[in-house]
Write a protein that binds this ligand. Structure first.
Ligand code: AMP
Ligand code: MN
Ligand code: MN
Ligand code: MN
Length: 282
């Protein structure tokens, strides 16, 4: 019964404005085609797709929530903070996002030199071919080039062998601090959400510190159901949401029809006893 009345909500995905392969219009069309009713496009560190996403969402009858996924460095690892319900025009947020985008080119060149040590040549130029937005070169673009040139069979192999945190061609970005990301989002009128917590390699005590710090700084939400989590992790992070009083979010983290583990709008329901983040946003 619950599934018959449940809203189809997808609050995390990417377009060609960052490291997805579909344009904002194409992502919106796919989302609506898959039955999404409440949608947010959350490109990495960039709001350039928001106007188009909002317009097409409206034309297709979806409720649109403006979004962003901000790259953060916390406790020596990269952490992603999703911002939902932001004003994409907010000046302070845009100045901050521009600063972290600017570091990407230099990092990409270092990554390219590192990959050359493993016989993967011209990776900077190769990755750039895949990047619609050259200001947002990401590991995903490198991974596509590495698969294309036959060095790996698929994207996951690239990350497992070279690009994941701790692997030999991983180059840490110089991202925002946690406090900056939360402040940019909240000053822009949005809700800060910890993205895919199951992906981080923090110790148990670091996670506790993260949740407490995030909350003290004004962070309010956590992703419970995402394409990056196993079913066990849905329940693990549902428990964290209840324990810390976080709003619960869900999103496919869709990047591409052929690469993503979960398609737009194909998420299972949130576990019970949670307050959905979208209740405050729609
Ligand atoms: P970057 O912002 O350049 O550090 O790239 C991060 C992006 O790489 C993420 O948003 C994902 O799209 C992708 N990514 C990171 N880790 C993995 C992984 N283990 N498997 C597949 N994609 C990944
Ligand atoms: Mn990505
Ligand atoms: Mn992410
Ligand atoms: Mn993402």
């Amino acid at each position: 019964m619950d599934s018959l009345v449940r809203l189809n909500v997808d609050l995390h995905c990417h377009s060609t404005v960052s490291d997805g392969v579909l344009s904002p219009t194409e992502v919106a069309t796919r989302a609506a085609g898959n039955g999404v009713q409440v949608w947010s496009l959350t490109d990495h560190d960039e709001v350039g797709g928001q106007q188009e996403a909002a317009r097409v969402a409206r034309e297709l009858g979806m409720t649109y929530i403006p979004g962003i996924e901000i790259s953060v460095t916390w406790a020596e690892h990269t952490l992603h903070i999703v911002g939902l319900g932001i004003d994409p025009e907010n000046a302070a947020m845009n100045a901050g996002l521009e600063r972290i985008r600017n570091d990407r080119e230099q990092r990409a060149r270092v990554m390219s030199d590192k990959l050359a040590e493993f016989g993967i040549m011209n990776a900077y130029e190769g990755a750039l071919k895949y990047a619609d937005n050259p200001n947002l070169l990401s590991r995903t673009h490198f991974a596509r080039y590495i698969v294309e040139t036959g060095h790996c069979k698929h994207m996951q192999e690239v990350f497992d062998k070279y690009l994941a945190d701790g692997k030999p061609a991983y180059i840490a970005g110089d991202w925002a601090s946690l406090e900056e990301a939360i402040n940019w989002i909240t000053q822009a009128g949005g809700i800060a959400v910890i993205a895919h917590p199951g992906r981080y390699k923090y110790s148990r005590s670091e996670f506790v510190t993260l949740y407490k710090t995030f909350k003290l700084m004004g962070g309010r939400g956590i992703e419970v159901v995402t394409g990056s989590h196993t079913v066990d992790q849905y329940h693990q992070y549902a428990h964290i949401a209840r324990q810390y009083g976080f709003l619960a979010s869900c999103g496919s983290d869709f990047h591409s029809p052929s690469e993503s583990s979960m398609d737009l709008g194909k998420l299972p329901p949130l576990p019970s006893g949670l307050t959905p983040v979208w209740e405050e946003l729609i």
